[in-house]
Design a protein around this ligand. Structure first.
Ligand code: NAI
Length: 473
């Protein structure tokens, strides 16, 4: 059996794992990166962020073409070739995955394709296609990610009762699609399939979709989803799923009522769980919490001092950029440089319109009893938003009273995901609303909604009626 030595082993080559491996190699470490999938990049690149954004981009055109008739430009009904769409999307993934491999090679990171399992606190066995190898290491970073949760009773036939993994493979377009869960995945994939022509019914157990965001930010997304989807049911649940010939029967219920309905396919998007099982953690001192997340300190160190964990498997929000940040923190900690994971993590849901937020939300402030002031600028007052026919948005600031420090920002509207980064920088730098109001934003852009929102805070935004900020405790 092959036996090799490495200063650092990174388990999992997603955006957390490869970021950790690359940074450690850049800082002079001998690194082995272990990945069970022959294509690097993890869920984000292969079965998550990238393919979903490619599909959202492709299908956005369909929605745009439809409304374009109102502007005097009419296109015919689009024809969709699912096989071609699928192969274009695969091309995007292939290119990026190859890019990750090239970047690894350029840094001298050794890639091992196979399934890694701890055999001891400093030894890992890797089962690959070409046999078994053992890696002796000084440090390890666990970055194995998460997988979709599918209640056992619903795990009947993944071609018809899908997770995001299957839903991203556009083999054919179902006439009737049931989406269970109004979170990130349910809303994004519901948007893709409705644009492709599916009749989408979305069922969410809670009384709102996208519950992490403030209610006022969610409203424009909900309004459009109600127009686009066949039905959006809140406070509703799916009590049973069964396969009937070519259909899936769903027993749905709310308010004591139960209905049997038929769908061609179902997307289960009710959350993700950490992939901490079967890693051989019992052969180390690494500990997990009751939900299977690996317990870490604020430097991403597990209870086994030489082993770090980052990304989805280490708990917190399950976002690629959070994993990449934690990668840097972990490598700096193992180099003895003492970084901690306390950065502002923006969230973006790529619905139509997009919704993005960072820092403190108004809802969190209320829950934690933190006194804040807020200001909201409606996009109906933005020249650019009206010119691009998308006044359905708002920009919001959450502000510390007295100091006027920006604590949080929320944006709903076209390109909100790009605009939110300015909020991240403001919060990280401890900037005030005055700093934002005094920074000239180019006209005509959607970014002006940020500086106008700051002006709104002082009650005199040029393009909106004067309105005072609101105080919340
Ligand atoms: P989620 O946690 O965002 O949403 C799940 C939703 O399902 C919740 O609203 C929950 O109330 C609802 N739900 C749970 N059980 C239900 C039931 N039995 N019936 C009806 N509704 C039910 O989880 P999701 O959408 O699966 O995404 C998982 C994670 O993946 C997200 O938390 C996010 O971190 C990540 N992600 C991020 C994206 C982005 O950054 N744009 C895109 C896609 C996923």
């Amino acid at each position: 059996m092959d036996r090799i030595e490495a200063e650092l082993v990174v388990l999992g080559a997603g955006p957390g794992g490869y970021a950790a491996a690359f940074y450690a190699a850049d800082r002079g470490k001998k690194v082995v990166l272990i990945e069970q999938d022959s294509r690097l990049g993890g869920v984000c690149l292969n079965r998550g962020c990238i393919p979903s954004k490619a599909l959202l981009h492709a299908t956005h055109l369909i929605s745009e073409a439809r409304v374009s008739a109102d502007r005097g430009i009419t296109f015919g009904e689009p024809t969709v070739d699912p096989a071609r769409l699928q192969s274009w999307k695969e091309g995007v993934i292939r290119k990026l995955a190859q890019g990750v491999r090239t970047l690894a090679r350029a840094r001298g990171v050794e890639i091992m394709i196979g399934r890694g399992r701890f055999e001891g606190p400093r030894r890992m066995r890797v089962d690959g296609e070409d046999g078994q190898r053992t890696v002796e290491f000084r440090n390890a970073v666990i970055a194995v990610g998460s997988e979709p949760v599918v209640p056992r009773a619903w795990d009947l036939d993944r071609s018809r009762i899908m997770t995001s993994t299957e839903a991203l493979d556009i083999g054919s377009i179902p006439d009737r699609l049931l989406v269970i869960g109004g979170g990130y995945i349910g809303m994004e994939m519901g948007t893709v399939y409705s644009a492709l022509g599916s009749e989408v019914t979305l069922v969410e157990a809670l009384d709102s979709i996208l519950t992490g965001a403030d209610a006022d930010l969610v409203r424009p997304v909900m309004r459009r989803a109600k127009r686009r989807f066949a039905d959006v049911r809140l406070g509703a649940e799916v009590r049973g799923l069964s396969i009937r010939d070519t259909h899936v029967e769903a027993i749905t219920g709310s308010d004591g009522q139960e209905t049997a309905e038929y769908f061609d396919r179902v997307l289960v998007a009710v959350g993700r769980r950490p992939l901490s099982d079967d890693l051989g953690l019992e052969n180390t001192d690494v500990e997990c919490d009751p939900n299977g997340f690996i317990a870490v300190d604020d430097a991403q160190r597990t209870s086994d001092a030489g082993i770090f964990a980052i990304g989805d498997v280490a708990g917190g929000v399950m976002l690629a950029h959070k994993a990449a940040r934690e990668a840097r923190v972990a490598i700096e900690a193992l180099l003895g440089e003492g970084g901690v994971s306390d950065a502002v993590i923006p969230a973006v849901v790529f619905t139509d319109p997009e919704i993005a937020w960072c820092g403190l939300t108004e809802t969190e402030a209320g829950e934690r009893g933190v006194a804040v002031e807020t200001a909201v600028f409606p996009w109906g007052a933005s020249g650019r938003a009206i010119a691009v026919d998308r006044p359905d948005g708002l920009t919001k600031l959450v502000v510390e009273p007295g100091t006027e420090r920006v604590l949080g920002m929320g944006i709903t509207g076209q390109n909100a995901g790009e605009l939110i980064s300015e909020g991240v920088v403001l919060i990280e730098m401890g900037a005030t609303v005055r700093d934002l109001a005094d920074s000239i934003h180019p006209h005509p852009t959607l970014s002006e909604t940020l500086s106008e929102c700051a002006e709104m805070f002082y009650g005199h935004a040029t393009h909106a009626a004067p309105r005072r900020k609101t105080a919340r405790t």
